[in-house]
Design a protein. Structure first.
Length: 258
């Protein structure tokens, strides 16, 4: 299907032509077919398209039905290539001719995006890279756990065009993987919280440490306002790393009378 300034040209062959155009299967090897919108044909014949001359078709819920001209063009047959210089078997030749016109159901030519197709788009979306926050800010102390959390948005909505369908993808953070830098990661389903309601913390030995956050995203999607459906898969984003020092606190005896 080719779209040009709102005009549609749909070229058909094989079983697809037989199903949509309604030609006998024996004709299929003889011709290639295409559907052309009324304005395209009118513009070719008269140089313009008048809205008053546009025919409308009865509509059905969930179907795409429009008025088209069916055109066909001959195809070089076996045995003809030898006498047609520059053409091979199967090449279209000659001019397009009008075969019939009327209302055609073209839903099957451009079905709504499948979940797998939406997932391919989902994986390429610019999902946010969530930042890691830690407490205490600045340096930590050995023996005192470092608190981790993120206050970056955990949901994001994108509207994309997939083959002419408006697809709304609602992404949400489903899992948080906290890379502490000195051991196995901490995996949670919540973004953590700051003190005193902390839920994610890690105790370090003294030294310099780098931590980061990987977020696993899931999503639902709608197509042209349909009921939401799950995107069949997840994708991840890696947030920027943070580096901090953990200092060792040493006890010092003092003279209480000094």
């Amino acid at each position: 299907m080719n779209l040009d300034a709102g005009a549609a040209t749909i070229e058909l062959s094989g079983e697809q032509a037989a199903r949509v155009v309604g030609v006998a299967s024996a004709e299929i090897p003889m011709f290639v077919y295409r559907l052309r919108q009324q304005c395209v044909v009118a513009a070719e014949l008269t140089g313009n398209c008048s809205p008053a001359s546009i025919r409308t078709c009865p509509q059905q819920p969930g179907r795409v039905i429009d008025y088209f001209f069916v055109q066909r063009r001959p195809v070089v047959q076996p045995g003809e290539a030898d006498v047609l210089d520059g053409f091979g078997v199967g090449d279209p030749i000659g001019d397009w001719e009008n075969l019939r016109e009327g209302c055609f159901d073209i839903t099957d030519l451009n079905p709504p995006p499948s979940p797998g197709e939406v997932f391919a788009y989902f994986q390429r979306l610019p999902l946010p890279r969530l930042e890691t926050r830690h407490q205490p800010p600045g340096n930590g102390l050995s023996g005192l756990p470092v608190i981790f959390y993120t206050d970056s948005p955990a949901t994001q909505t994108f509207t994309v065009d997939i083959r002419g369908f408006t697809v709304v993808i609602a992404a949400r953070a489903e899992q948080y993987t906290w890379h502490t830098g000195d051991g196995p990661p901490l995996v949670t389903t919540d973004p953590g919280r700051p003190y005193p309601d902390q839920t994610v913390e890690h105790e370090y030995e003294s030294g310099t440490h780098t931590a980061s956050l990987t977020v696993t995203w899931g999503a639902t999607f709608t197509v042209d306002g349909s009921a939401p459906a799950d995107v069949p898969g997840t994708t991840t984003t890696d947030g920027p790393p943070i580096t901090f020092d953990v200092l060792e606190a040493r006890p010092v005896l003092t003279d209480p009378y000094d």
